[in-house]
Design a binder for this molecule. Structure first.
Ligand SMILES: Cc1cc2nc3c(=O)[nH]c(=O)nc-3n(C[C@H](O)[C@H](O)[C@H](O)COP(=O)(O)OP(=O)(O)OC[C@H]3O[C@@H](n4cnc5c(N)ncnc54)[C@H](O)[C@@H]3O)c2cc1C
Length: 363
């Protein structure tokens, strides 16, 4: 059996690796980072994604590392109640915790860290060579699964480098230690909105001691040029000054050292999620707006559908890629549309926004 090459060890790449390992299929995964950073990233995961994850990672560890969300409550920035919605066991976890859990089951010898793809090259007879920044290269003998994220070097070389669009809404995401705020938040997902629209902040408990805060802002009305800790702190203290409790408590307690500024992009819809012997999964195939909270669930469902298709068509990867692409594109189109609706709603003044909108896209 030939070795499948996976490029990128994020959620999509690691889920693929977990499934291939379970199926006893040979693979090698190349990931650019040495250690996954916890800086500013966590995931809200709908219950569907949580249930699938439980089939790949130890479910007790998974539940211990994150937090179940039972209720979504929104307010205006003064703390006036807007809306409340029951959640169906949705979940939140830090990216680092989830990546660690997904890596745990995979033997070390199949994962190569510090392997950053710098470029790829195709010879005239169609053979692909992948070059890494440490001056090494590989010539994949089987298919390549590109899981190197929304800015994928593989996709931009094989398809186009002009497919990412500015979304107009950027985010600051911050995970920080504060047991007091974590206890106050419990299993509730709180979100506060400016009355003029285009500015909001969400607060969630990630674990007994950790809180995740994410601020979303219309970059045209609330410009932020630099992503230094000082600039992020200034931005947050200025724009969220006088917002209601517990936003005020959050601003008092965090120093934003761990915050990350995301200039959020969206990927145009691709014709197909593959090119010759390379197939795209996760954000490489479809970078959805964060409003959908569907990035992780979509990445793990991609991995499942792809490997299922490959198993059903062991000697015809082209047929498998086509099947995978057709199935997944149908669902992704719904999240793509929902993401835009959620974004457009967010930009409106509060009185024109539709109530009852949970920041999660469903099929
Ligand atoms: C601000 C923000 C908030 C979000 N919130 C949520 C949320 O609440 N819920 C949710 O489900 N989704 C959320 N998402 C989306 C989610 O982050 C992605 O959909 C998800 O991480 C996709 O996983 P992936 O494995 O495809 O890509 P990534 O997680 O981006 O992983 C790509 C991997 O490839 C590696 N890589 C990149 N380039 C190279 C290279 N050249 N060589 C080798 N390796 C490389 C990277 O180091 C990384 O490990 C959010 C996204 C943003 C920007």
């Amino acid at each position: 059996m030939k070795t499948i090459s996976i490029i990128g060890g994020g959620i999509a790449g690691l889920t693929v690796a977990n499934i291939l390992h379970k199926e006893d299929m040979k693979f090698a995964l190349y990931e650019r980072s040495s250690l996954q950073s916890n800086k500013g990233h966590g995931f809200i995961i709908p219950s569907e994604g949580l249930e699938i994850l439980k089939t790949y990672v130890n479910s007790t560890d998974l539940l211990n590392d994150g937090n179940i969300l039972n209720e979504y409550i929104s307010f205006d920035y003064k703390g006036n109640f807007i809306d409340k919605k029951q959640l169906q066991n949705d979940f939140i976890i830090s990216r680092k915790a989830l990546v660690d859990l997904l890596e745990k089951n995979i033997p070390r010898e199949f994962i190569y860290h510090d392997k950053s793809v710098s470029y790829i090259q195709k010879s005239t007879d169609g053979i692909l060579e992948v070059f890494f920044s440490d001056d090494t290269s590989i010539v994949p003998t089987s298919i390549v699964i590109a899981a190197d994220g929304s800015k994928s070097k593989i996709r931009t070389t094989l398809i186009s480098d002009k497919l990412l669009r500015e979304t107009g809404v950027h985010e600051i995401v911050n995970i920080f230690e504060n047991s007091e705020l974590a206890t106050i938040l419990g299993n509730q997902f709180l979100k506060f909105h400016h009355t003029d629209g285009g500015l909001s902040i969400g607060l969630l408990k990630v674990s007994a001691t950790e809180v995740l805060c994410y601020a979303q802002f219309d970059i045209n009305r609330y410009p932020l040029k630099e992503d230094s800790t000082i600039e992020i702190n200034n931005f947050m203290q200025t724009n969220f000054k006088d917002w209601a409790y517990p936003v005020s408590l959050f601003l008092e307690k965090t120093n934003f050292e761990n915050a990350h500024y995301w200039r959020v992009n969206e990927l145009d819809i691709l014709d197909d999620y593959f090119s010759e012997n390379t197939v795209f999964v996760g954000d490489t195939a479809h970078s959805l707006l964060p409003f959908t909270s569907q990035g992780v669930t979509s990445a793990i469902k991609d991995a499942q559908v792809l490997i299922d298709s490959l198993k059903r068509n062991p000697s015809d990867y082209k047929k498998a890629f086509k099947e995978y692409s057709t199935v997944r594109k149908e669902e992704i189109a719904i999240h793509f549309k929902n993401g835009r609706l959620l974004r457009d709603n967010f930009l409106l003044p509060l009185e024109e926004q539709k109530n009852n909108i949970i920041p999660i896209s469903f099929k």
